[in-house]
Write a protein that binds this ligand. Structure first.
Ligand SMILES: [Zn+2]
Length: 395
């Protein structure tokens, strides 16, 4: 283990790195090189027949990975006992905990240990770590796994080549946006509804109304979030982040579309349903062409609930304008008590999710209108829970 720790942060020709290379097998059996991110970083992965792997960014060692399970370049896998004191290939998470006896934290589904000069992340089979044989690899990294993606994900077949460069190697913004859009359309990337949509990214940037404009897409294969950021006063950046870290990135409020959109975009927004207000767990209020729609949850039984969408009638609108949002909570409770799934309920026929007029897909329209709000609320809650679990583990 000292051989590994001594090599971190150093260049390939530095003596400690050469010593580590000698110990792992003199010469790599395979080397992959790739420019990642913008500004571009040269990433090199040196794979050894022993099961060792060294990852360098711009010729500085950022990670050393011990592959214990067989890989194509190391059919036998590495013997953990030769490298880690007190740990062998059958180690469970509890064994790591007992051996290292330092704080551990959560990152992206794994737990990792905070050593003095590095982070140690044992990687088990999915949801594993309790049984002998679950351990697949052990990664030592310079950067905190909470803030950086797994080095192995740099090779993700879905998202490793998202950046498009021109002939001279410079960043091609239009090409990259097109590649991201193509990935979203193919279903392999998912746009984060909390950030600026790819369709709006360049329009918003051109308006110079925002300091930084950012789109985020999540890779469906490795789970990394690729963030493309355009700045008012600086060149664009592109980087990969774990979901929680992407969530913590600052997102500016988006100005009204009339201030930056083109005619088509303005018309689209004007025609679409838009979010007005909501009461967590109870209702959403959306508006379209002057009509107000209430989307409220109701219970069918203790096991099941569903959603009822009604267009507010004159009396209900009047009440809302006079009594405010409390009237909507009261209305949502009335809908719930009436059991709108039953024909006897006065809301049964009014439920546009079950009886849409003009064959419209109200469900999809409402979902699009409230996407940013539900998504953000859910993600913030999840991130807060994980942070809490992480700090509890530190204690
Ligand atoms: Zn990926």
């Amino acid at each position: 283990m000292p051989l590994i720790l001594d090599a971190l942060c150093l260049a390939r020709d530095d003596a400690p790195v050469r010593r580590l290379i000698d110990a792992l097998g003199t010469e790599p059996v395979e080397t992959t090189e790739r420019r990642i991110g913008e500004p571009a970083v040269l990433s090199q992965h040196l794979l050894f027949g022993s099961g060792g792997e060294i990852v360098l960014h711009d010729d500085a060692v950022v990670a050393v990975i011990l592959h214990l399970a067989p890989t194509p370049s190391a059919p036998r896998g590495l013997d953990a006992a030769e490298w880690l004191p007190g740990v062998d290939n059958d180690a469970t998470f509890a064994d790591f905990k007992a051996t290292f006896d330092v704080p551990w934290r959560f990152a992206d589904g794994d737990r990792y240990f905070v050593l003095e000069a590095a982070y140690l992340r044992p990687e088990f089979v999915k949801h594993g770590g309790r049984r002998a044989g679950d351990l697949q690899r052990v990664a030592f990294t310079v950067d905190d796994p909470r803030e950086t993606c797994r080095p192995a994900d740099e090779d993700c077949p879905v998202c490793r080549e998202l950046i498009v460069r021109t002939g001279d190697g410079s960043f091609d913004l239009d090409g990259t946006v097109d590649a991201l859009v193509a990935g979203v359309e193919a279903g392999v990337l998912k746009e984060s509804s909390g950030a600026v949509s790819l369709a709006d990214l360049r329009l918003l940037h051109a308006s110079a109304l925002m300091e930084r404009v950012e789109s985020q897409v999540t890779c469906t294969a490795c789970g990394r979030v690729a963030c493309l950021t355009l700045y008012r006063d600086a060149p664009p950046t592109f980087g990969y982040h774990p979901l929680d870290a992407a969530m913590r990135r600052p997102l500016e409020a988006i100005p009204p579309v009339e201030e930056w959109g083109d005619a088509a975009r303005i018309a689209e927004v004007r025609d679409a349903m838009r979010y007005v207000d909501h009461e967590p767990g109870l209702w959403f209020l959306v508006e379209q062409h002057g009509d107000l729609y209430l989307d409220s949850r109701y219970t069918i039984s203790s096991m099941a609930d569903d959603s009822c969408l009604i267009r507010l009638d004159e009396a209900e609108r009047q009440e809302y304008h006079e009594a405010g949002r409390d009237s909507l909570t009261e209305l949502a409770r009335r809908i719930d008590r009436s059991g709108p799934h039953r024909e006897a309920s006065p809301f049964h026929r009014r439920n546009l999710l079950r009886h849409p007029d003009e064959g419209r897909d109200y469900s999809a329209e409402v979902r699009a209108a409230i996407a940013g709000h539900t998504w953000l609320a859910r993600q913030k809650q999840a991130a807060a829970q994980r942070a809490q679990a992480g700090s509890a583990a530190d204690g």
